[in-house]
Design a protein around this ligand. Structure first.
Ligand code: ZN
Length: 300
């Protein structure tokens, strides 16, 4: 009995030492964070600064709804200290991949958790799933950043103050962005406040900044639009005083349909960013500034 207790103590001590060792080595090195897509990567980078190395699974310019991971991504996840996904069914299919490749004690946070979801529009009597693109409303982006900050602080308490300072500075920048969006988009006449897009991505932006969204019938870019819905949108766009439709750079087949719609309706095609950063817009703030200028040019 005595011997057993002693051995247990020894094992317990070793586990404690191991825990201490791994905690201290974590504090001594850059934290490895893996996010599902580039916009979350930017949020983590803004808060984590020099103390984090962040990778996104879905590469720049790819469509996060349909992208498939490869062994390279499993390798990144295996080395991660923290995993960040959007949630709200946006990147659900990546969660099992992340959970199975991650270390046993690595937490996976959903940046949109706790935020209220907007129901999608109703077509022909049935309502589709909600829109998962919460980040396109800046107050939601602030909530994402707060959640990410909390997760980084829990992971590395030694660096909590550093993360808090970065987050405060960045959140201030986000509120300034929100103010600019609200003030400048208010200049668009009410009759032009319609955004016609390929997939249902802009309902949070629309709600925050006073637009009426008419999404282009596919909730998920994997789906093909049906001709009746296309016809309905042609009629709607024709009636606009300044006919404009919007495509998104990551959607190849969607762009084809948007161009066909524009041609039928005599509308001009503009590009809005929704699901991915790019070389041209490498940060969330730049992406939203870009979208602001496009909306003004298209609709004012
Ligand atoms: Zn999307």
């Amino acid at each position: 009995m005595k011997k057993k207790a002693y051995r247990l103590l020894l094992v317990g001590g070793a586990v404690c030492l191991l825990a201490l060792w791994s905690a201290s080595s974590l504090e001594a090195r850059q934290l490895q964070v893996v996010t599902t897509f580039s916009i979350l990567q930017d949020f983590v980078q803004q808060v984590g600064g020099r103390e984090v190395a962040v990778h996104a699974l879905v590469p720049l310019g790819a469509d996060p709804h349909t992208w498939e991971p490869s062994p390279r991504e499993a390798g990144l996840v295996a080395k991660a200290d923290l995993l960040v996904a959007n949630g709200a069914a946006f990147d659900d299919w990546l969660l099992p991949v992340m959970r199975s490749a991650a270390g046993p004690h690595v937490s996976l946070i959903l940046a949109s958790e706790g935020l209220s979801l907007l129901e999608a529009h109703t077509h022909h009597g049935h309502t589709h799933a909600h829109d998962p693109h919460l980040w396109l409303s800046v107050p939601n982006a602030v909530a994402y950043v707060e959640r990410i900050t909390q997760a980084l602080q829990e992971l590395s308490p030694d660096r909590a103050d550093y993360f808090a300072e970065n987050a405060a500075r960045y959140i201030q920048e986000l509120w300034a962005l929100d103010g600019r969006l609200a003030a400048e988009l208010a200049e668009i006449p009410p009759e032009n406040r319609i955004i016609v897009t390929y997939h249902n991505a802009f309902s949070y932006l629309a709600e925050r900044y006073g637009f009426e969204v008419v999404e282009f019938l596919v909730h998920n870019p994997e789906a093909e639009p049906n001709p009746r819905d296309l016809g309905r949108l042609v009629e709607l766009v024709k009636q606009l005083e300044k006919p404009a439709v919007f495509t998104e750079p990551q959607l190849n087949s969607g762009t084809r349909y948007i161009q066909a719609l524009a041609q039928e309706a005599g509308a001009q095609v503009f590009t809005l960013y929704s699901d991915s950063l790019s070389e041209a817009v490498p940060t969330y703030v730049e992406m939203m500034e870009y979208n602001l200028q496009v909306l003004l040019e298209a609709l004012q």
